[in-house]
Design a protein around this ligand. Structure first.
Ligand code: HEM
Length: 241
């Protein structure tokens, strides 16, 4: 008999932010390639149209990022807990997770990390999302704003080394985003089914199946434990034959 549990993992504001942001970043990547390499890709009619769409997508991503940050800091209050790797994540967790992705996954072994609302991300996700959300996204937004307002912000641009340095920084970060997208989407398909990790990003709930029934464990005061040994919170439980 299988026991199925549903864990409410991704609140609605985060889901709305995520898909708006994903759409915005993909638009920025495509329009960015059109602007940087117009001989290779020219699909927006005019060069000016590609720039306008790029700027509009940049504003959408910047505003939604600000709301995301506000939500995680002031509403949920879980930014540090979810996104900052612990010492044990850095010492062993990242390697254990990488070993799973590179080897154990292909043997059919289970993922060593089980997401809970309080500890949603595995150590590799924490490190990658921290870098993307708290370093690269703010940097690409600031460099993008400077590029949108070159004349009024000329003095600031000179301080950071001039327009060429600014363009190079913006371009290099954009390359990181393109690389991140491929790895992110690939890793997101490595759940127990290819779409298992997409479900909580769509309706909020993650489906967790156990080989053993959990009813007895719960009634005897036991709870499922996270990697850190904490009881799992936010569960809705359903027995399934
Ligand atoms: C078409 C593009 C994208 C797809 C299909 C996609 C897919 C997913 C999926 C399935 C998840 C849930 C599994 C997981 O936590 O890894 C997720 C979470 C996440 N993704 Fe994406 N993603 C996309 C683009 C992006 C972009 C561009 C960014 C950042 C710049 C991003 C940042 C994140 C973050 C931070 C989370 C965790 C959200 C949270 O629960 O707080 N994603 N993504």
């Amino acid at each position: 008999m299988k026991h199925t549990e549903y864990v409410y993992l991704t609140p609605m504001p985060v889901r709305i932010w995520h898909w708006l942001n994903a759409f915005g970043i993909v638009t920025l990547c495509i329009t960015g390639i059109n602007i940087r390499f117009p001989d290779v890709l020219n699909i927006f009619g005019t060069y000016k149209a590609a720039i306008s769409l790029h700027n509009t997508a940049g504003v959408v991503v910047s505003v939604s990022y600000t709301l995301w940050l506000f939500y995680y800091i002031f509403v949920a209050g879980t930014l540090a807990k979810l996104y900052i790797p612990t010492i044990s994540d850095i010492k062993t967790g990242i390697f254990r997770q990488a070993f799973f992705y590179f080897y154990k996954y292909f043997k059919g072994d289970p993922n060593p990390h089980h997401g809970t609302p309080d500890n949603k991300f595995n150590p590799m996700q924490k490190a990658a999302y921290l870098m993307i959300m708290l370093v690269l996204l703010p940097l690409v937004i600031v460099s993008g704003v400077l590029l949108m307002y070159v004349a009024p912000l000329r003095e600031v641009i000179m301080v950071i080394g001039g327009i060429k340095t600014l363009v190079s920084i913006h371009f290099l970060i954009a390359c990181c985003f393109c690389a991140f997208l491929f790895v992110h989407i690939y890793l997101a398909t490595l759940g127990h089914t290819p779409l298992a990790y997409f479900k909580p990003m769509w309706d909020g709930w993650e489906k967790v199946e156990h080989a053993e029934p959990h009813g007895d464990a719960h009634s005897s005061g036991h709870h499922e434990l996270t990697d850190d040994g904490h009881p799992v919170k936010g569960h809705a439980s359903m027995g399934a034959a």
